[in-house]
Design a protein around this ligand. Structure first.
Ligand code: HEC
Length: 114
């Protein structure tokens, strides 16, 4: 390899590493969000939960399970969790940190339309 190219290599590797951080990081956050969602929201939002029941009744059965929804944006999820919605209780930053909420919202909105 010519000397000049050789000198460039670390910079190229650094740039490539930086590029790969965001998709890998986002993926990690979605996985974390899925686990947090099950432990923090699952009680009410898994099948048989009151959230699932109330949403099915108000919006229709196909929209009852949050994890199966394709119309949730991360902004909307964060809004509902911080402020509550009808019988859905709000979560303070002590109960759920911003980072935890962001990963739950990323999980619920992942791969879906924004
Ligand atoms: C104590 C039960 C309970 C817990 C815990 C809970 N929810 Fe809910 N959630 C509800 C209920 C009940 C509704 C439906 C409100 C209504 O329509 O009356 C709801 C509605 C929602 C909605 C609105 C969906 C829509 O289509 O408008 C979102 C988003 C939501 N919850 C997200 C979450 C997330 C994220 C968590 C965990 C951080 C969570 N909820 C934890 C009970 C709960």
């Amino acid at each position: 390899m010519p000397r000049r190219l050789h000198a460039l290599k670390p910079a190229v590797i650094t740039a490539l590493a930086a590029l790969s951080i965001s998709p890998a990081g986002a993926q990690e956050s979605v996985q974390q969000g899925a686990a947090l969602y099950r432990s923090r929201c699952g009680l009410c939002h898994e099948p048989g939960g009151t959230g699932t029941f109330m949403l099915s009744r108000r919006l229709g059965r196909e929209r009852g399970l949050l994890a199966g929804r394709t119309d949730l944006t991360d902004g909307y999820v964060m809004q509902v969790v911080r402020h509550g919605l009808m019988s859905m209780p709000r979560f303070t930053r002590v109960e759920l940190t911003d980072a935890e909420l962001a990963s739950i919202a990323a999980y619920l909105a992942a791969g879906k339309q924004r």
